[in-house]
Design a protein around this ligand. Structure first.
Ligand code: SAM
Ligand code: SF4
Length: 464
């Protein structure tokens, strides 16, 4: 029997890439590829790339520098070492990669992953292959489903892609060009995938898409269903205790989705709702199609529907033409909403997007200074949010062993990591935990059943 060939997939960027990387590994498993965590041990390395900002693209080229050394070493040992570049950089810069990086044998865009076995065979036969087509067939029908043993290894929480691509054309963003038009998967195919994951021990599913709440997949009745309806259907899968979805666009937050936060106990009270800027002038220049007031109205409606809901967001600083006043409006929006946390980015001019050609680009040092100020404001809210957790009891989903013996690591409904002394047999279970302490990045607590009689520190300090 021949030993399996080794595959290393390295993911950059968003959760969609993490999901795609798993599906690539699942598709290559029947071809005799077993996953390895070390590129040094691999026969095939796939870099699953992100093109969203220039920095993300640069990382790929620096990674290729290291892979060139591994390839030279393999050649000296008489071994074959195949290098593939997948993802959005592959889609956007396929020919340029092949020209610039001689190490690369195969370039494959996100819509062609189901053709990987054939493409890799061609690359191994000596051809330098590029496949960045948007084929007519549905790749989800052809990509292999997660295998039970693979799923077990990957834990109790999983991503499931329900929607791909985007038709919004925000002026800064490459997604509509690299991932193509918005496509939604049918409801029952998603249901079947979630049921398979639940069968393999998954308890929490995050439905993902570049614009997930624009979901309009076909339901069993042959009509397009909203994300709200899809969530109701997925909540029926036995064993699935927690549901999340990301990333949403404010314009697609419809009533059925907001109501689902009230009506579905499994839907977690955390909404990632990127706003990018607090200034109406900049929102218009970004083609975001909503105003600050529209956004705040959605936040208010969601809070009225589900009072314990928390919000996270994405922000871009230094969009072309952003003045100090515009930036001030972003800071004041952060204070007004009181996010639990947020991602912040400096505007990065992406070739081919309208914003890249706008005049009045903001100097790099101004962008850096604004980024720091925004980050400090968000950190303040993040610290407050964590401090408010002390003394409260949350359901925690235990995911894995913690850093210390006897400890388990899990997640609160708000996705904050929680460390608790608990038996390993509780991995995959959800149990109430009373939070006793917070550190910079974690919460610490006791199983609520064990904690009876012990006064949480913050309450004791407050003299309550
Ligand atoms: N669909 C989501 C939305 O509508 O907000 C965002 C998806 S995008 C993959 C993730 C984040 O990357 C965006 O929310 C934005 O903050 C950031 N981003 C996208 N293009 C960028 C650019 N050119 N420069 C800086 N940040 C960018
Ligand atoms: Fe990009 Fe999101 Fe805008 Fe679509 S909605 S173009 S993915 S930022």
């Amino acid at each position: 029997m021949t030993s399996p060939r080794k595959l290393h997939v390295k993911s950059f960027g968003c959760q969609m890439n993490v999901y795609d990387s798993f599906r690539m590994a699942d598709t290559l498993a029947p071809e005799g590829f077993a996953e390895t965590e070390r590129p040094e041990d691999a026969d095939l390395v796939i870099l699953n790339t992100c093109h969203i900002r220039e920095k993300a693209t640069d990382k790929v080229y620096s990674e290729l520098g290291y892979l060139r050394l591994l390839k030279e070493q393999a050649a000296a040992e008489g071994r074959r070492f195949t290098v593939a570049v997948a993802g959005c950089v592959a889609q956007a810069e396929g020919r340029e990669i092949i020209r610039r990086a001689k190490t690369v044998d195969l370039v494959v865009g996100p819509q062609s992953y189901h053709r990987l076995p054939d493409l890799i065979a061609r690359a191994e036969a000596g051809e330098r292959v590029i496949d960045t087509e948007f084929p007519a067939e549905d790749k989800f029908d052809v990509l292999k489903s997660p295998r039970r043993e693979a799923t077990r290894k990957r834990g109790v929480s999983a991503f499931v892609t329900v929607q791909e691509g985007c038709d919004k054309f925000c002026t800064f963003c490459v997604v509509p060009y690299t991932r193509g038009v918005e496509v939604s998967r049918p409801v029952e195919k998603i249901f079947a995938e979630v049921a398979r994951l639940a069968d393999a021990g998954v308890r929490e599913v995050t439905l993902i898409g570049q614009n997930v709440n624009a979901y309009h997949g076909e339901g069993a009745d042959g009509r397009p269903w909203t994300l709200g309806r899809l969530l109701h259907r997925i909540a029926e899968v036995p064993g699935i205790a927690r549901l999340r979805y990301t990333t949403s666009h404010p314009c697609d937050m419809d009533g059925s989705l907001i109501a689902a936060h009230r009506d579905l106990p499994a839907l977690m009270p955390l909404l990632h709702l990127p706003v990018q800027s607090g200034s109406d002038r900049i929102l218009a220049a970004m083609n975001r199609r909503h105003t600050r007031a529209d956004y705040l109205a959605i936040i208010a409606q969601a809070r009225a529907t589900r009072p314990d809901i928390a919000f996270t967001s994405d922000f871009i600083v230094g969009f072309p033409g952003e003045s100090e006043d515009d930036f001030g409006a972003t800071l004041s929006l952060v204070d007004e909403v009181g996010y639990s946390s947020a991602y912040t980015f400096k505007f990065s001019a992406r070739p081919g997007t309208p914003a890249a050609d706008l005049g009045d680009q903001v100097p790099e040092d101004v962008k850096s200074e604004r980024l720091q100020r925004l980050q400090r404001t968000i950190d303040r809210h993040y610290a407050r949010f964590r401090a408010r957790c002390v003394g409260r009891t949350f359901d925690v989903l235990f995911e894995r062993k913690g850093r210390y013996p006897g400890q388990l690591a899990g997640r609160s409904p708000y996705l904050l990591p929680v460390q608790v002394m608990a038996p390993a047999s509780m991995i995959g279970e959800i149990a109430p935990v009373t939070i006793t302490e917070v550190s910079a990045n974690s919460l610490f607590g006791v199983l609520a059943a064990d904690g009876v009689g012990s006064r949480p520190r913050a309450l004791a300090q407050a003299g309550a």
